[in-house]
Design a protein around this ligand. Structure first.
Ligand code: CU
Ligand code: ZN
Length: 182
C-alpha cells in the first residue's frame, strides 16, 4: 500500500516536471519488465557447464537453463536463499528460498516454498535446455518474494529428482550445479 502511494506520488511528480518542460518527455518505464539476469552455471568441480537467464514479464519470472555434462534423467532444481555458489557442496546457497515460511514440495499440504521448481529432464547426451515460468517469484527489489534481495539467491540443480513432498528439500540428494542470481 505504502509503495503504491509512493509510486503514485512519483508519477504525479514526473507529470508535473515534464509539464515544466525541463526534463525528457519520455514517461518512465517499469524497470521490472526490462530486467534480465544472466548467470553462469558451475558444477561441483567449479567448472562452467552452462548458463541461466532470468527475466520478468507481466506473468512472473521466466528462467531459462542451458547446461551440459549432467547425468541423464530427472533432477530436482530450486531457487535457494543465498547468492553464493561455493563448490563442491554448494551448501553456501542455504536452504530453499522461502519468504512465506511454508514447507517443501508441491504435494505437501503445508507447502510449498516459493523457490520450489518442477523437476527437469536431462537427455541421454547429458544436455539440458528448459524454460520454466513461475508466478511465485519476482526480480523487483523490495518485494517479499524478490529473489534479488540483499544477499541474492541461487539456482541449484540436484543429483536426484525432487519427490515434491519431503521437507525441507524433496529428498533430491546432493547439489551438483549452482548459478548465482544477483
Ligand atoms: Cu535445491
Ligand atoms: Zn523447497
Amino acid at each position: 500500500m505504502v509503495t503504491k502511494i509512493g509510486l503514485f506520488l512519483v508519477m504525479l511528480m514526473m507529470l508535473f516536471l515534464s509539464a515544466c518542460g525541463d526534463i525528457s518527455t519520455q514517461l518512465p518505464v517499469s524497470d521490472v519488465q526490462d530486467k534480465m539476469i544472466n548467470s553462469i552455471l558451475i558444477n561441483s568441480e567449479d567448472q562452467v557447464i552452462g548458463e541461466v537467464n532470468l527475466s520478468e514479464g507481466t506473468k512472473g519470472v521466466t528462467i531459462e537453463i542451458k547446461a551440459e555434462g549432467l547425468s541423464p534423467g530427472q533432477h530436482g532444481i530450486h531457487i535457494h536463499e543465498k547468492g553464493e555458489c561455493t563448490a563442491p557442496s554448494f551448501e553456501s546457497a542455504g536452504g530453499h528460498f522461502n519468504p512465506t515460511n511454508k514447507a517443501h514440495g508441491f504435494n505437501n499440504l503445508q507447502g510449498f516454498h516459493a523457490g520450489d521448481l518442477p523437476n527437469v529432464d536431462v537427455g541421454k547426451d547429458g544436455k539440458l535446455y528448459v524454460v520454466i515460468k513461475t508466478e511465485e517469484l519476482t526480480l523487483a527489489p523490495g518485494k517479499e518474494n524478490s529473489i534479488l534481495d540483499e544477499d541474492g539467491s541461487a539456482l541449484v540443480i540436484h543429483e536426484k529428482e525432487d519427490d515434491y513432498k519431503t521437507d525441507p528439500s524433496g529428498n533430491s540428494g546432493s547439489r551438483i550445479a549452482c548459478a548465482i542470481i544477483k
